[in-house]
Design a binder for this molecule. Structure first.
Ligand code: PLP
Length: 359
């Protein structure tokens, strides 16, 4: 089947096959990766390679640390304010949907939260123009969600905070999907289960000078400095997800790196949005064109009484997990890095056929 789930998402088939082939015996060690000591030579090689490959793919500068954590992106909603607030009193945030809102809710436990821009007035269908944002030059950081997985809204630009204010990004559902300049960010975080690997792993990329601003109440396990000093080995890391992530990173390299992946992602999203836009209104997207996500394509059927039959007919055609999130309804096709173009073409054909039959 082609799996359009928003996460945990598809992994490249070749990665799963490779993992299967060495599941019981990793590189002649006689052990599965799951059974290895996380401090042993074998696993150290795995985690070191994964970090090295990620650094190369994203051109992560020397003065940034890469942390392999657990707790999901949701845990970052508290780790970010706990660690970055320092002496400051407030944080700036942009509200573009479900995940921004959750990040805001959590930050409010620790800081005064200023919503500097919001697109809630028009049902999160756009990203507010940056020159309208009311940023505070004294904020501890500026936080945004570069891709709203549920709404299907993606930033087409990287914001520029006031001088000296670090930019923090929840990049969970677009991580590694197109090139970015890491230097623009103070901190990037991403749950693995979209573009990197299985759930259970959260990747954090943080500029070194931000490691020493944690509030005194910060629990040890939530302190970036603790994890950075221990090279992500303060406690037992998510060894198997880190191993799979390492294989995915090598796969990305084989696809022409992030540049190659990005070109394919453009093509895949282009095919789907073209199908929606040329359906004569049978399908529609409520997201304004420049902000339509290339990872999570959300759309509605004009006649919503056909929703169930759309989903079940699609399933019969091997196209699964197309139902939109319960909060927003409609349909959602998540087309992360590992979704092959053939999967998208197959969905396009199905959508055209379905529209012909029911239009
Ligand atoms: N942020 C975004 C943009 C997400 O898409 C998700 C999950 O889908 C989360 C945060 C929460 O991630 P987790 O389930 O890893 O806590």
């Amino acid at each position: 089947v082609y799996n359009f789930s928003s996460g945990p998402a598809v992994l490249p088939h070749s990665v799963l096959a490779e993992a299967q082939s060495e599941l019981l015996d990793w590189h002649g060690s006689g052990m599965s990766v799951m059974e290895m000591s996380h401090r042993g030579k074998e696993f150290m090689e795995i985690i070191h390679d994964a970090e090295h490959d990620l650094r190369r793919l994203m051109a992560i500068p020397e003065n940034y640390r890469v942390l392999f954590l657990q707790g999901g992106a949701s845990q970052q909603f508290s780790m970010v304010p706990l660690n970055l607030l320092g002496e400051k009193k407030s944080v700036d945030v942009v509200n573009t949907g479900h995940w921004s809102k959750l990040a805001i809710k959590e930050a409010k436990h620790y800081a005064k939260v200023n919503v500097v821009a919001s697109s809630e007035d028009r049902n999160f269908s756009y990203v507010p123009a940056e020159d309208t944002w009311q940023c505070d030059p004294n904020a501890a950081y500026l936080h945004y969600t570069s891709n709203e997985t549920i709404g299907g809204l993606q930033f087409p630009f990287v914001p520029t905070p006031p001088e000296g204010v670090p930019l923090v990004c929840d990049m969970s559902s677009e991580f590694l999907s197109h090139e970015i300049d890491v230097n623009r960010f103070g901190l990037i975080y991403a749950g693995a289960q979209k573009n990197i690997g299985p759930s259970g792993l959260t990747v954090v990329i943080v500029r070194e000078d931000l490691l020493d601003r944690a509030l005194r109440i910060t629990p040890t396990m939530l302190n970036y400095r603790v994890h950075a000093d221990a090279d992500s080995m303060y406690n037992t890391p998510a060894t198997f997800p880190i191993y799979i992530a390492g294989l995915v990173l090598k796969w990305i390299e084989e696809q022409g790196g992030i540049k190659g992946i990005a070109a394919r992602n453009e093509e895949k999203a282009g095919l789907l949005y073209h199908t929606i836009d040329s359906s004569g209104g049978f399908y529609s997207s409520h997201i304004e064109t420049p902000f339509r996500s290339k990872m999570n394509v959300t759309f509605r059927l004009r006649d919503e009484s056909l929703n169930d039959s759309f989903v079940s007919e699609a399933k019969k055609n091997g196209l699964v997990q197309l139902k939109g999130h319960r909060v927003v309804g409609g349909m959602r096709a998540s087309i992360y890095n590992a979704m092959p173009i053939e999967g998208v073409k197959s969905l396009v054909h199905f959508m055209q056929d379905f529209a012909r039959q029911h239009g």
